[in-house]
Design a protein around this ligand. Structure first.
Ligand SMILES: [Fe+2]
Length: 306
């Protein structure tokens, strides 16, 4: 990874090629992203019932915080307005709705000072999403919901773009994760015992790390193959962000994607992706290109309990 594009005029095709080559894109605020943030803020603020969500962690025991956030996540993820607003973002950002497939967005809260670093507030160790069965052509869109600082954001570790590390992806099974790992997120309050793929050698080149800070209404876009992590938040305020992932059907069919340096998980998350135009499912024959038969019985798609 050797380049970051700010407010680039690249079309989606060029952007995808660049992302697969390790580039990162940063966009300053635009109307569709602002609308998505406003919607997220109003849902978060309603859930906290008048408390400022950024400092609510200081006003309640962590169990109460989890009680508020655990149902808030699926409520936001599956809200019809959320899907509509993401489609508007894709249109504004030049994605072809016929070829672009999107998954449901994730809502993240990263509390300060180690208040909650597991389960619903999991602080991600350095990883590639492709260790977790994401397709190598997946593009991640990361969107802050409130202003944040470098000390409460996300870090990229560019030295590892082209350098593979020994890791646990080989024993990761996406269908098992859907059946067990995700369901149990809200139970993980004091520690996280869920089996997740991690580096299995010392990561000596995490620095220099790149921490991009964008205003609310802006976005950071990167390949699922980028090594990235959650910055240990020391700001005294909880960071709220969302991210959603997309992939392009033509690229999937033609296997155009980021290079695979060290991802060997089982199963695929492709069934989570729906066509942006009408939320039609990913064609079976495309899923079959990426699925591997060694996946034991589990849940093909994650369905959060409401
Ligand atoms: Fe990630």
């Amino acid at each position: 990874m050797d380049r970051i594009y700010f407010d680039s005029a690249h079309d989606d095709e060029t952007r995808r090629r660049q992302l697969y080559a390790g580039a990162i894109y940063v966009y300053s605020p635009r109307p569709s992203l602002r609308a998505l943030c406003d919607h997220a803020r109003s849902m978060i603020e309603e859930a906290f019932g008048g408390l400022d969500p950024r400092v609510a962690q200081h006003a309640m025991p962590v169990e109460r915080y989890v009680e508020i956030c655990a149902p808030l996540k699926p409520r936001f993820i599956h809200h019809p307005r959320t899907k509509e607003l993401i489609r508007a973002v894709l249109i504004e950002m030049g994605c072809d709705l016929e070829e672009t497939y999107q998954d449901v967005p994730r809502l993240r809260m990263v509390t300060s000072d180690g208040y909650l670093t597991s389960g619903v507030g999991y602080a991600h160790h350095p990883h590639r999403d492709t260790w977790y069965s994401a397709p190598l052509c997946q593009q991640n869109w990361w969107v802050p919901i409130y202003e944040f600082e470098a000390e409460s954001g996300m870090a990229f570790h560019p030295s590892y773009w082209a350098r593979g590390v020994r890791n646990g992806s080989e024993t990761f099974n996406y269908y098992e994760w859907n059946a067990v790992g995700r369901r149990d997120a809200a139970k993980m309050i004091r520690g996280d015992t869920r089996k997740q793929p991690k580096a299995e050698e010392p990561l000596l080149a995490l620095e220099p790390a790149v921490k991009l800070v964008v205003p609310v209404g802006g976005a950071i876009v990167f390949s699922a193959a980028q090594m990235h992590s959650t910055v240990a938040n020391t700001t005294g305020r909880t960071r709220y962000s969302m991210d959603f992932r997309i992939c392009n059907l033509r690229d999937l069919r033609e296997r155009r994607a980021a290079p695979n340096v060290d991802s060997h998980p089982h199963g695929t998350s492709l069934r989570d992706f729906l066509r942006a135009r009408d939320l039609a499912p990913m064609p079976d024959e495309v899923v079959a290109l990426y699925d591997d038969a060694s996946a034991p019985a589990g849940e093909l798609v994650f369905r959060p309990q409401s």
